[in-house]
Structures are given as C-alpha cells and as structure tokens.
Design a protein around this ligand. Structure first.
Ligand SMILES: [Zn+2]
Length: 293
C-alpha cells in the first residue's frame, strides 16, 4: 500500500477483497486501487490476443465479431469530442487505442491521428488492418510531438494502467495549450456500482487497476495540470455475447445456463444500448499559456 495515485492521500487497505486481488481505497478522493499495484510496463502481457477474444476475465468475448458495434461507438465518441471541442479537432491522440477503431473514425473526419497501446498484439493489428503506427507509450509520442495535439482521448483505458497520474501528465505534455483530454471510464460512485459491490463488473483484478469516481477523476486531472470541464453520463452499444461473457465470470453458478445461451450466435450478436449510469466521460482542458506581465 502506498499513497493514492489520484490525490496523494492515505489509503485504507482491504476495502474490496476478491479472489484475484484486493483493492485499497483512498480516504481523501475515494480512488480504489489494486494493492499492490503492478510495476509500470508489466501491463502489456495482460492485453495480448486472448484479452480480445474471450481468453481473459474482464476482457472481450469476441472483439472482431463485435466490430460493427465498436465502429458505432467510435462514431458516438467522435461526436462527443467534436461537441466539446466546438469544432472538428485537427489532431487526435488515442491512448489505449486497441486495434485503432476510433483513430480510423477520426481519420475519416479529417484529423491527423496517433495512437498508444501497451498491447503488442493490438499495435500489430492497427498497423496490419489500418496502416496506423501505434506507439507503446505516451512518452514516446511526447518526445516526438510535444504540444501538438488538439485532443487526447482515453476510452476505458485509464483504469488499466498502474500510474494514471503519470499518464495524464504525459497527455498534458502532448496537448497544445487549450487542448482537451477526454476520458471515458466507469464511475465507482454510481448507484449500480454501490448496489453491486464486489459483483460490479469493474471489480476485476488484475486487469482493472483503479476504480475511479467523480472526486478521484477531478483530483487526477487537477494534479496533472488540467481544468475540469465536465463529467457526464454516457452510454455505449454492447453485444449480448459480451454481457453473457461478463455475467458468466461474475456469477459462476449461472455458467451452465449462460454457456448454453452464449453458444447461440443469433443471440450473442444482438445489440443492447448499455446505460446503467456507471459509464461516464470526463472532459478537461489544458490551460492556455499565461502571458507574463
Ligand atoms: Zn486519493
């Protein structure tokens, strides 16, 4: 147990104890973090091909079968980014870009794009499928394109990294003054998260390292040098197959029934709009440079 990576405050240990790991929670901002956190740079191994194709609890059931859904979600995410930017951004960096679905949408809208992902499999796929070169770290991008980007996005990626504080500082370095950071993540302070407790789908060691809430998002963003614009509830399309995959992991007693259902392709491919109130998007701005007097 160490200091909270959100606000620097002290943590209470053993707040959520699960079979695969234990979360400590900050007494100040409420951020719950896996205790102990893995070393930085260790995460890539968790997000190999199996994470995208049903091999990992908390991962995807079949990333490619749900490709059309990912594309629809990318269009909605682009619309949100454009709404907060006030104009279509000219350049976008997506951190945790997976195979590059959002970057393809951004390119289609005329933006220059760059991506970061810790997964060697995802980086190779982004290159092969879309010809997009993806960096392994934000530092790599910052070293070559510091202060360049209009927008940096994190779509359900910030909760998977050991040090989101350092990653946000890196994102800030990549942005131009006045640029936006957009973070889609899960709200541990939401009603559904509180009611579900340890059965909440984000209670998922070792891939989910942090359970954030509005106060911890505000603390993280403030310490990285951002001005918070808004935190708003959001929704996304999911397949029934993914929902069954998550339920089977959380409620093993139902595994037999869920397995029977999940083997029916017509059912697994059905689409739902997920809007239980626990998915949020935070938008924050890098301050404009202060001109000395
Ligand atoms: Zn804290």
């Amino acid at each position: 147990m160490g200091a909270c990576v959100g606000c620097g405050g002290s943590q209470s240990p053993g707040v959520f104890v699960l079979e695969a790991g234990t979360y400590a929670r900050c007494d100040g901002c409420g951020l719950a973090s896996l205790d102990p956190l893995p070393a930085e740079g260790a995460a890539g191994a968790l997000f190999e091909e199996g994470y995208f194709h049903g091999g990992v609890a908390g991962g995807y059931s079949d990333y490619d079968a749900d490709g059309a859904l990912h594309e629809a979600n990318a269009r909605a995410r682009w619309a949100l980014v454009e709404r907060h930017s006030g104009a279509p951004p000219a350049s976008v960096l997506d951190v945790g870009c997976a195979v590059g679905t959002f970057l393809v949408e951004a390119q289609r809208r005329g933006a220059q794009v760059a991506g970061v992902d810790v997964s060697p499999w995802a980086r190779a796929q982004a290159e092969q499928r879309h010809g997009i070169g993806v960096a392994a770290s934000v530092e790599e991008v910052a070293a070559r394109e510091s202060g360049e980007f209009d927008v940096v996005t994190f779509f359900q990626s910030l909760e998977h990294v050991p040090r989101p504080d350092r990653l946000l500082a890196g994102a800030c370095a990549c942005l131009r003054p006045g640029g936006l950071v957009v973070i889609e993540t899960w709200d541990a302070g939401s009603t559904v998260a509180r009611v579900m407790g340890k059965a909440w789908q984000q209670m998922n060691p070792p891939t989910v390292l942090h359970l954030m809430g509005r106060p911890s998002l505000a603390a993280l963003l403030g310490r990285a040098g951002f001005e918070l614009v808004t935190v708003e509830r959001t929704s996304k399309l999911v397949s029934v197959g993914l929902v069954l995959h998550i339920l089977a992991d959380k409620f093993p007693a139902l595994l037999g029934w869920l397995g029977v259902l999940a083997r029916r392709p017509w059912l697994a491919r059905l689409t739902l709009r997920y809007r239980l109130g626990d998915l949020v998007t935070a938008v924050a701005r890098k301050p404009l440079a202060v001109v000395g007097t």
